[in-house]
Design a protein around this ligand. Structure first.
Ligand SMILES: Cc1cc2nc3c(=O)[nH]c(=O)nc-3n(C[C@H](O)[C@H](O)[C@H](O)COP(=O)(O)OP(=O)(O)OC[C@H]3O[C@@H](n4cnc5c(N)ncnc54)[C@H](O)[C@@H]3O)c2cc1C
Length: 257
C-alpha cells in the first residue's frame, strides 16, 4: 500500500488502454469525489527519494459514470523526460497511485453563457479528454443547436477515443460535428494544419459546416499553450472576446502546461 498523503486518496488501476506507444488511458478505482465534467484532479506518485510528484490530469469520464463505477478515467501522454509520466506509463492493472480529492478547473458547461446556441470545443492531443466528459452528459444534446468537437494531433493514431466519439455522434445526431486535424501526415477526411490558422482562414468553420459567429457561439480552447494563445488571437480578430466571470465573453481556455 502506498504511503498516504494529505489531500490524496489511494487508487488502483483497473484498466489501461494503449493508443500509441506513449499515449494511454488509465481507469482507476478511487473513493468517490464530487466533480463537474471538464474538471481535473492531481495524480501523484513517490519518486526514488520518497518525494511526492503530482501533476494535473483532466477526468475523461462523466461524474454519473464515476458514481456508478467508482472509477476515474484519464488520458495521458508520456514525456520521456518528464518527472511523473514515465512512472504513470509503467502502471498496469492492480498497481496503485494517489489521486487528489479536490477537483479543480472552470472549464465546465456551467460557465458557458445561457444564450449560447453553438458550442465549439477545440483541443490538441490529450485535451480531448475533458470534452468527452462534458459530452457524456447526454442531456446537453437539447441545450445546444450544435456542438463542434475538434481534436488536433500530429498523427492519425494519436486521435484517441474514435469509437466513443462515433457513439456520441449517434446519440447527438446532426447536433454533434467532429473535426479531426492531423498535422504530420495526410489523412482522408481530416484537416491538415494548425487550429489558429484554420480558424483565421475559415477552413475549420467550412469543414464543420458551421458558421463561427460571436453573437451565439462559445468557444473553449484546451491543450498546447501555443495553440491556446494563437487561437485566442484568431478569435479576437474574428470579433470574439475572452470570457470573464465579471465580463461575459465568447471564449475561454485551459492551458495544459
Ligand atoms: C489543468 C491541466 C490539465 C491537464 N490535463 C492533462 C491530461 O489530461 N493529460 C495529460 O497527458 N496531461 C495533462 N496535463 C499536463 C500534466 O499536468 C503534466 O504537465 C504532464 O503530464 C507532464 O508531466 P511530467 O511530470 O511527466 O513532465 P514535467 O517534468 O512536468 O515536464 C513538463 C513538460 O511536458 C510537456 N507536456 C506537458 N503536458 C503535455 C501534454 N498533455 N501533451 C504534450 N506535452 C506535454 C511540456 O513540454 C512540459 O514542458 C494537464 C495540465 C494542466 C495544467
Amino acid at each position: 500500500m502506498l504511503q498516504p498523503y494529505i489531500g490524496f486518496n489511494q487508487a488502483v488501476v483497473t484498466k489501461r488502454i494503449d493508443w500509441t506507444e506513449n499515449l494511454f488511458s488509465l481507469r482507476v478505482k478511487a473513493p468517490l469525489i464530487n466533480y463537474t465534467a471538464g474538471q481535473f484532479v492531481k495524480l501523484a506518485q513517490y519518486d526514488e527519494h520518497q518525494e511526492l510528484i503530482r501533476r494535473a490530469y483532466s477526468i475523461v469520464n462523466h461524474p454519473i459514470d464515476h458514481k456508478a463505477t467508482g472509477e476515474l478515467e484519464f488520458l495521458i501522454v508520456t514525456d520521456p523526460d518528464g518527472l511523473l509520466t514515465p512512472g504513470l506509463h509503467m502502471l498496469v492493472e492492480g498497481d496503485e497511485l494517489l489521486v487528489g480529492h479536490e477537483p479543480a478547473g472552470f472549464m465546465t458547461l456551467d460557465e458557458v453563457p445561457e444564450y449560447t446556441r453553438i458550442l465549439w470545443l477545440l483541443s490538441t492531443g490529450t485535451a480531448i479528454g475533458p470534452y468527452l466528459a462534458m459530452l457524456n452528459d447526454k442531456s446537453i444534446a437539447q441545450r445546444f443547436d450544435k456542438v463542434v468537437l475538434v481534436n488536433a494531433a500530429r498523427f492519425e493514431a494519436e486521435l484517441s477515443y474514435q469509437k466513443e466519439i462515433e457513439q456520441l455522434k449517434q446519440h447527438y445526431q446532426e447536433r454533434l460535428v467532429y473535426v479531426r486535424i492531423v498535422s504530420r501526415e495526410s489523412v482522408s477526411g481530416a484537416l491538415s494544419g494548425r487550429i489558429p490558422m484554420l480558424l483565421k482562414s475559415g477552413s475549420l468553420q467550412k469543414a464543420a459546416g458551421v458558421p463561427l459567429e460571436s453573437s451565439h457561439s462559445f468557444v473553449y480552447l484546451c491543450g498546447n499553450p501555443n495553440m491556446v494563445r494563437d487561437s485566442s488571437d484568431s478569435l479576437i480578430e474574428l470579433g470574439f472576446s475572452k470570457h470573464l466571470r465579471r465580463k461575459p465573453g465568447q471564449f475561454s481556455s485551459e492551458n495544459y502546461w
